[in-house]
Design a protein around this ligand. Structure first.
Ligand SMILES: [Zn+2]
Length: 311
């Protein structure tokens, strides 16, 4: 079982850090195995015609290859492409391979240093959830966190400031049951958590990372698929769960073909590496995965006044 350094606070003496208990030793049930969580943040802002064929291909390849997937849909995109989304939902309704969740109305940022006022955030999420309900006849229970250039840097987690705590509380009150793992000192790309430390043990934090905006759109790591396959091998060897974050517009407009070939290759490599492919809803329904986590953090301040967390 891995150990994790959960203190980033350089102000603490090394001896004090090494004396502290490892936060997550034993927290991941070994019976769950390694999970691979693929998602598309669905947020296209341009002409719907530029996404023509995407949903059809998505349904085709995810069904043919049995690749579970979650779509986190932006409310404004749902509104603009209402007929496309309605046709898509009609096709996939009751198919457990597909999971539809939320990505805010306007791509507004949760948990940022210069984020919008709480009431602006609330209005944005309320509007998005209402559009989901109107189009899909069902309110979302999951959010993937987004943001804009104006929002500044992310804070270290929802636990970091009074405002970020209030932002978390607000989305929970709107009905959110799952959102990115976003707690200070916890690697959100590797750990499922519950939010018991913020008074909501019923809310799941899910792993998130490996955005295709970096590896496919901006090609920051050389060949896009080689990079992801290498990450799969590395994480598998370390026994970590594996998130992959696609975007509708990157997968369709920036990939080498319009066959979603890269998605198929990544899913196949995940299966070969021993990953079980799941949707976010599958993870939420797998309560031992995140409810038995012993993460129940208490904040402390060191001598320099910096906050750290431990059990
Ligand atoms: Zn986004």
């Amino acid at each position: 079982m891995k150990r994790r350094t959960f203190l980033k606070n350089a102000g603490l003496a090394t001896a004090a850090i090494s004396a502290m208990p490892s936060l997550c030793t034993g927290c991941r049930p070994s019976t769950d195995g390694k999970l691979m969580l693929m998602r598309y943040d669905t947020e296209w802002w341009g002409e719907p015609a530029e996404m023509a064929g995407f949903f059809e291909k998505l349904v085709e390849i995810h069904r043919t290859d049995h690749i579970p997937v979650s779509l986190f849909c932006k409310g404004a995109t749902l509104e603009k492409m209402k007929s496309e989304f309605m046709a898509f939902q009609e096709e996939i309704v009751n198919d457990p391979l597909f999971d539809l969740q939320d990505h805010s109305y306007s791509h507004i940022g949760l948990g940022y240093e210069k984020g919008k006022p709480l009431e602006v955030l609330e209005a944005d999420y309320r509007r998005s959830f209402n559009i989901h309900e109107e189009i899909f006849s069902e309110r979302p229970i999951g959010i993937s966190i987004c943001g804009t250039r104006d929002d500044g840097r992310p804070v270290s987690g929802f636990d970091a400031t009074e405002k970020s705590k209030a932002e978390f509380e607000m989305v929970v009150e709107l009905g959110t049951k799952m959102i990115n793992t976003f707690l200070s000192g916890i690697d959100g790309s590797k750990e499922f958590v519950n939010y018991g430390s913020l008074g909501h043990p019923e809310v799941m934090g899910f792993i998130s990372g490996l955005s295709d905006t970096a590896w496919m759109d901006r090609k920051e790591f050389g060949d896009p698929v080689d990079y992801v396959l290498n990450e799969i091998r590395t994480r598998s060897a370390q026994n970590f769960h594996m998130p992959v974050m696609f975007h509708d517009w990157v997968a369709w407009q920036k990939a080498p073909d319009k066959e979603l070939t890269h998605v198929r290759r990544i899913a196949e490599a995940g299966k070969e590496a021993g990953y079980k492919l799941v949707t976010h809803m599958d993870c939420y329904n797998n309560k031992p995965l995140w409810q038995q986590n012993e993460i129940n953090l208490v904040s402390y301040k060191d001598l320099a006044g910096k906050i750290f967390w431990r059990k």
